[in-house]
Design a protein around this ligand. Structure first.
Ligand SMILES: O=C(O)c1ccccc1N[C@@H]1O[C@H](COP(=O)(O)O)[C@@H](O)[C@H]1O
Length: 217
């Protein structure tokens, strides 16, 4: 069994087609204006329907209000919500109930002290996304920074629900990251780009090939 891949931050039909033909199980669309991968609601509404059937269309948002979620979900057919901000477990539960869509909660990890948040969110979310904690500089995004964390922190940890590994993954390191963490699902954005927000079709193919060849621990 190979790793299930999410390619995040897709902005063009070409990149979406590359992710689909390389075998991605999930594709992600970013709704966060400060990100170089941001698409407005009309952009998501135009791109998401081009996703082939069977691939999960994920909306990534950060501390989004109900009004913002209402607007994008009315405009576009999406299958899963990725909450990548400081949303509490209570907010995760509220979003799940309001939209009837599965919710994947991202949690940033830098050291052991960040791990309890994973167990807390596991009680409310459908999936966890374990990402690197963003650097504490004003310009850093809440995710999508292309930085990894010490994968050994996750050794032997499980939360009783599906989860994905993210943060600084690339075609060159994804196999090792999965081996060390036991991840069976991986998410990538910067590692398949040639510039921030610009997906590289060859790197998408290389990442999916590497993940496809990896055997989960
Ligand atoms: O990709 C973004 O621009 C982004 C913006 C705000 C929050 C999360 C974002 N991306 C997610 O971050 C992780 C790690 O990305 P990377 O591979 O290190 O670039 C991944 O889950 C993206 O979906």
């Amino acid at each position: 069994m190979s790793l299930r891949v999410k390619i995040c931050g897709l902005r063009t039909p070409e990149a979406l087609a590359a992710a689909a033909s390389a075998g991605a199980a999930y594709v992600g669309f970013v709704s966060f204006p400060r990100s170089p991968r941001h698409l407005d609601d009309a952009g998501i509404a135009a791109l998401a329907p081009l996703t082939p059937p069977g691939i999960c269309k994920v909306l990534l948002c950060v501390n989004a209000s109900d009004a913002a979620l209402d607007a994008v979900l009315e405009a576009a057919p999406l299958d899963m919500l990725q909450l990548h901000g400081a949303e509490s477990p209570e907010r995760v539960a509220e979003v799940r109930a309001r939209y009837g869509l599965p919710v994947m909660k991202a949690v940033g990890v830098a050291d052991e002290s960040d791990l309890p948040a994973l167990a807390e969110h596991a009680r409310a979310a459908d999936q966890l996304l374990v990402d690197a904690k963003p650097p504490k500089t004003g310009a850093a995004l809440p995710g999508g920074n292309g930085i990894a964390f010490d994968w050994r922190l996750l050794q032997g940890r499980r939360w009783g629900l599906p989860w994905m590994l993210a943060g600084g993954l690339t075609p060159a390191n994804v196999t090792e990251a999965a081996r060390l963490t036991g991840a069976t699902q991986v998410d990538v954005s910067s590692g398949v780009e040639s510039a921030p927000g610009v997906k590289n079709l060859d790197r998408i193919a290389a990442f999916c090939a590497a993940a496809g060849a990896a055997v989960p621990a």
